[in-house]
Write a new protein. Structure first.
Length: 437
């Protein structure tokens, strides 16, 4: 499949732009060098140590910060349509720009679900209208994301579906998942699975174990994740389809994925920052901001996720953004909605693994740029002449504190509330136009 070209955001011609005195980082080529980057007509015209500003060009002094491709968020929920009180596409675009995200893949389990071509076209148009964010919608794998009747994969793909999933709902029926993998393969696409056995996780709030027992909370075994992963790997083997596991959070599931990759099966996966930065103790005194799906795991699972990020088992890091409002969270823990805001904190929490010595800096960027770009067949995510000038400028050592109520955008339900981070975005460009900083 040919790379998907980015939409043309620049209807009005802009002067050339030179971003100078930066450290250029590109995981696709392994580039890590001081220099400058020239933008012309919304695309990268040149980069390197000898690039200078043409006459009439706009100039930005990067002051030694890192210039990298704009982040590609593989999975985020948007409040629109149906839950605009939680978030809108406009507010999500604001938070994304502040987090250095220039491309975002939107989950389809909205209200109504994205199971109709017209709804996908609506999301695509709304994303382009922001001027700062490319939104690539997933198509619902089943009608209403209910796990029963299959959608029209061909029509949804033609309308712009980047892949197929039921979002935060596991495709529990094995026959439905087999059909989905077969259909997606026929259209050159893949299926994203929320990996949990729902009969074991229904109404659960936390991971089963000593902490759940002590707090008196309804719990589910961590093994529910590996059980679904094992089933779907078998179905990928049967259909020769491509299954992608979302927000993998347990060592047992990662062991299965690692073995499936070694076998040569079409199996990929991502994780999200809470699963390599937090463990189950973050729920503390019934902190509902830390109630997530999947729930936070034990420390040994967190370490297993970090190891899988380092060894290449995990293909990408996604924000797993799930906007919730005060009424969703200011209730007893067992009744609270699961989900955490993650757009503005995606880069900062990922860089915490670099500062801790767990991951090289280029590997952090690979998981946020070239990894998802390769998976989705995008032309973005690279610093090369001719590529879209979707860029992020960040200072890796600049400290800041996550404070719910002060985050950009509408959603404030961050599981990292109160967390001190190093690594702050100071500028974001979409097709050469500055949209943050």
């Amino acid at each position: 499949m040919a790379p998907r070209r980015a939409p043309a955001y620049n209807a009005v011609p802009m002067p050339d732009l030179l971003i100078s005195h930066v450290r250029l980082l590109d995981a696709a080529s392994g580039l890590d060098a001081p220099g400058a980057l020239l933008v012309r007509d919304g695309r990268i015209a040149a980069l390197g140590g000898d690039v200078t500003a043409p006459e009439g060009a706009e100039t930005v002094d990067g002051r030694g910060a890192i210039l990298a491709p704009g982040l590609i968020d593989l999975r985020a929920a948007l409040g629109e349509p149906g839950h605009e009180h939680r978030e809108t596409i406009e507010s999500a675009a604001e938070a994304a720009a502040a987090g250095g995200i220039t491309t975002l893949c939107a989950l389809p389990d909205s209200d109504p679900a994205l199971d109709d071509p017209a709804l996908l076209q609506f999301i695509l148009r709304k994303g382009e209208a922001t001027g700062s964010l490319t939104i690539l919608p997933y198509g619902a794998a089943t009608r209403g994301c209910a796990g029963k009747e299959m959608t029209e994969f061909g029509l949804l793909r033609e309308a712009g579906a980047i892949a197929f999933t039921d979002g935060t709902h596991a495709i529990a029926d094995a026959r439905a998942m087999r059909l989905a993998l077969s259909y997606a393969r026929g259209f050159g696409s893949f299926v994203v699975q929320h990996p949990e056995e729902p009969s074991l996780t229904r109404n659960a709030s936390v991971t089963e174990g000593e902490m759940a027992t002590r707090m008196g909370l309804p719990a589910a075994p961590a093994a529910a994740e590996a059980m679904m992963v094992a089933r779907d790997i078998a179905l990928a083997r049967l259909t020769r389809g491509h299954v992608h596991f979302a927000h993998v959070s347990t060592g047992a599931a990662l062991d299965l994925i690692r073995a499936a990759k070694a076998e040569g099966l079409r199996v990929t996966c991502d994780t999200a920052p809470p699963y390599f930065d937090l463990n189950e103790t973050a729920i503390g005194d019934f902190r509902t901001y830390a109630k997530l799906s999947p729930p936070l795991r034990r420390e040994e699972d967190r370490r297993a996720v970090v190891a899988a990020l380092a060894d290449g088992t995990i293909d990408a890091i996604a924000s797993d953004h799930q906007p919730r409002d005060a009424d969703d969270k200011r209730v007893p823990f067992a009744q609270a909605e699961a989900g955490g805001a993650g757009l503005a904190t995606l880069l900062g929490v990922t860089l915490a693994r670099y500062h801790a010595g767990d991951l090289p800096l280029l590997r952090c960027l690979e998981l946020l740029t070239t990894g998802p770009a390769k998976l989705l067949g995008l032309e973005t995510g690279r610093l090369v002449p001719g590529a879209p000038a979707d860029l992020v400028l960040f200072s890796p050592d600049r400290g800041w504190k996550v404070e719910a109520g002060k985050l950009p955008g509408k959603a404030q339900n961050s599981p990292f509330d109160g967390r001190a981070l190093e690594g702050r975005v100071v500028g974001t460009w979409k097709a050469g136009r500055r949209v943050f900083g």
